[in-house]
Write a protein that binds this ligand. Structure first.
Ligand code: PEP
Ligand code: MN
Length: 338
């Protein structure tokens, strides 16, 4: 629910409205801009008569939001959210962000080689899984805790920021301590206990779309993080399950303008998991930029054929460098800086 205040409403009237919201067991979210003051309301208000607010002094109008998501909704945030990943900004009006790296960290030589290559090509954030949510328990599960030392070494050598996935409460605490951004993977998009923990973390969160999640479900999952006080959430489209079987998943690029319309949160695209095939990654990455994404996340490997996970969708370094060279051209064509 949104309570629009009159343009001449005073601070005391705003406080009285917030107090009434709290009295009803709901949470007020005052949203101030130069042109208007709005109080967003969250909580269980089904059946509540909007007249309880419209009768209050200073109130101009009360609107019900039909969407299931609230804090992620554009109406709940006057400006587009810009997420700060240790100084690298992601969102509207910012430079396009490239996140790149291997599916998994495997060894020091591998991580160092890829780090230097992606940095030279213009990536601001390095990716690389330490805790891998693999389909089979008999496949490589990641370097786990041992990978953080490697991450620190690469950070001090290259200045790259790091995003890596947390799969449970324990790994989330470690990722929060050692990385710059916490990735919540597709398989955990509706792990509500984990989302709440990510909402209490002091680092930004990259929330991947579940492989069969609707946009409503994805944005409502983001609400779990936002409602715990962490406003720094970036959404990541990574492909969904459809009947199409020429690719690993179906990359849903139409979700990018839909997110932009419905939400204030930044959105990036991962064409690696979205297609599963390295030759399809560069065209879909460029298409994501053209569609208005705030960044891309791609898998790159110095020896993809020997990769311990997702080799088939990992770009060769030369392929990544060539793709990164073309991104600014597309970004400029759609009025975006790189
Ligand atoms: C990943 O980014 O390494 C990953 C496992 O992605 P997703 O959660 O999108 O499958
Ligand atoms: Mn992967």
């Amino acid at each position: 629910m949104l309570i629009l205040m009159k343009s001449n409403a005073g601070a005391d009237q705003l406080e009285a409205v917030a107090a009434r919201v709290r009295e009803l067991g709901l949470t007020p979210h005052p949203l101030q801009s130069s042109s208007r003051t709005v109080v967003g309301v969250t909580g269980e208000y089904n059946g509540l008569d909007p007249a309880v607010f419209s009768a209050l002094a200073g109130v101009s109008k009360v609107m019900r939001l039909s969407a299931p998501f609230k804090l992620a909704a554009r109406e709940f945030h006057v400006d587009d959210t810009v997420v700060d990943v240790s100084g690298v900004k992601i969102g509207a009006g910012q430079k396009l962000c490239i996140m790149a790296g291997p599916c998994s960290f495997e060894s020091e030589a591998q991580v160092m080689a890829i780090a230097h290559a992606v940095k030279d090509a213009g990536a601001g954030i390095m990716r690389g899984g330490l805790f891998k949510p693999r389909t089979s328990p008999f496949t490589f599960q990641g370097l786990r805790d041992d990978g953080f030392k490697l991450m620190q070494a690469v950070r001090s050598e290259t200045g790259l920021r790091f995003v890596t996935e947390a799969v449970d409460e324990r790994s989330l605490a470690l990722v929060e301590e050692h990385a710059d951004m916490i990735q919540i993977g597709a398989r955990n998009m509706q792990n509500f206990a984990l989302l709440k923990k990510a909402g209490q973390a002091k680092k930004p969160v990259l929330l991947k779309r579940g492989m069969s999640a609707t946009l409503d479900e994805w944005l409502t999952a983001a609400d779990y993080i936002l409602s715990e006080g962490n406003s720094q959430v970036v959404l990541c489209e990574r492909g969904i399950r459809t009947f199409a079987n020429h690719t690993r998943n179906t990359l849903d690029l139409s979700v990018v303008p839909a997110v932009k319309e419905l939400s204030h949160l930044p959105v990036i695209v991962d064409p690696s998991h979205g297609t599963g095939m390295r030759n399809y990654v560069p065209p879909m990455a460029l298409a994501a930029v053209a569609a208005g994404a705030d960044g891309i996340m791609v898998e790159v490997h110095n020896d993809p054929e020997q990769a311990k996970s997702d080799g088939a969708q990992s770009l060769f370094i030369e392929q990544f460098t060539e793709m990164a060279r073309r991104i600014p051209e597309v970004a400029r064509a759609v009025g975006r800086d790189f």
